[in-house]
Design a protein around this ligand. Structure first.
Ligand code: SF4
Ligand SMILES: [Zn+2]
Length: 159
């Protein structure tokens, strides 16, 4: 199975599936997917081989007496423009390659991103417009929508 990097939840010691079933050796069976849950952040991981966060790189074993704290955001694999990662909306996972109308520009697409915010599902045409919206909800100078391709580029060759 392809994936966007080995530093994913599928290989992380905080994933309950890894704790209970061991690290996958190539066969990612249904049980592994069903059991994938981040015990550090207390959140279901629906796509363990396409989900990431910096705690993956935390030193192990931890310093004595020091509790592990979540570091930064969880990231999903974004729409393909090369492999890119887009931040979750706190504990809410964005869904990619979904039919939607873009909240930012109004473009209708069957290859967009949706996310639920305050009980309402909203859509975006591109990683860039998702992150543009995300920035209105979260303050993180390290994340910029400018790092992603503009819609004109993403949709250039599509009718
Ligand atoms: S969200 Fe981070 S800490 Fe949790 S299982 Fe995934 S990589 Fe590990
Ligand atoms: Zn848009």
């Amino acid at each position: 199975m392809p994936n966007g990097g080995s530093d994913c939840c599928g290989n992380c010691r905080f994933n309950r599936a890894v704790q209970e079933l061991g690290e996958p050796t190539g066969n990612h069976d249904d049980r592994f997917w069903a059991s994938s849950f981040c015990t550090l952040r207390d959140v279901k991981i629906t796509k363990p081989f396409w989900t990431y966060c910096d705690n993956y790189f935390s030193p192990w074993p931890p310093e004595p007496g020091k509790a592990e704290e979540p570091i930064g955001w969880i990231y999903a694999s974004g729409l393909y423009e090369g492999y890119v990662r887009i931040p979750w909306h706190d504990k809410t996972e964005p869904c990619v390659s979904i039919s939607c109308v873009c909240r930012i520009c109004g473009r209708q697409t069957d290859q967009g991103i949706t996310v639920t915010d305050e009980g309402t599902e909203i859509g975006f045409c591109t990683n860039r417009h998702y992150v543009e919206w995300w920035k209105t909800k979260h303050d993180d100078p390290e994340i910029s929508s400018d790092d992603f391709d503009p819609p004109e580029e993403c949709y250039r060759d599509r009718s």
